[in-house]
Design a protein. Structure first.
Length: 244
């Protein structure tokens, strides 16, 4: 692979699951339908249609999908991907980036390198570097106490408690718990819980749950409040997302 880049179409499937593995090169995955979930020790990233997920070289990760997926996968050698993001992330998919991937897929029949192809690869690198990050990541804390807290925050089946009550259960002060959690995740406990609700709701909707069922299952008492929160994070209403 002289150019160090290859792209191919993902076959349509109801569900895909890959156990923890890594690649010598980087990967960029985009979906036209369905939902992809990339998981690492540092957290989870969700990739809906219209977005793409970046996985840097050597990063151990697993991947699973929800709904009937279709889309594409791009591989870049470690040398070609040098200088691009060092951590996984979900990126906005610009029209130009999507068209470059479609052009790369045509190179399977004509893999020989040329000056024109090398220029396209450079534009590809520029588009990945310039793509804005989409907040569809759930960071996981490493501290055992904070892991217990995150498990409680993520459990929608238990009654919601304020941070003071949770801190008392954990045997630490509320101020210390809040500070440590924000230091490790970059989010407050409340923000982390809302992010959990949104990411879980995307998975449920992709698997065919109704908007009302999803809202109740992730812990919302009001469907209207859920719709407003979902639209603020994802950019579309739950119904529009489910149709895509």
């Amino acid at each position: 692979m002289e150019l160090g880049v290859a792209a191919w179409e993902l076959p349509r499937a109801k569900m895909r699951q890959m156990h923890a593995h890594s690649h010598a090169g980087a990967q960029l995955c985009g979906l036209d339908a369905g939902l992809a979930i990339v998981e690492t020790a540092a957290g989870s990233w969700l990739c809906p249609p219209g977005r793409c997920v970046w996985i840097p070289p050597g990063r151990m990760h697993s991947l699973r999908s929800c709904g009937k997926i279709s889309g594409w996968m791009l591989h870049m050698d470690a040398v070609v991907s040098e200088g691009l993001p060092a951590d996984p992330r979900v990126l906005a998919l610009s029209p130009l980036l999507k068209q470059i991937v479609l052009r790369l897929r045509e190179w399977v029949a004509e893999p020989k390198a040329s000056a024109a192809k090398r220029r396209i690869v450079e534009v590809l690198r520029d588009e990945i570097a310039a793509a804005s990050e989409v907040p569809l990541h759930l960071p996981m804390p490493k501290d055992p106490v904070l892991k217990r807290l995150s498990a409680r925050l993520a459990d929608s089946s238990t009654p919601a408690k304020n941070l003071a009550d949770l801190a008392h259960e954990m045997g630490v002060s509320q101020r210390s718990l809040f500070r440590k959690f924000q230091e490790e995740t970059g989010l407050s406990p409340g923000q982390w819980r809302r992010q959990t609700q949104m990411l879980r709701s995307m998975e449920l909707l992709a698997n065919g749950r109704s908007v009302t069922e999803t809202a109740l299952e992730v812990g919302y008492e009001s469907t209207g409040a859920f719709i407003r929160a979902f639209r603020q994070v994802v950019g579309v209403t739950p119904a529009s997302y489910a149709q895509r």
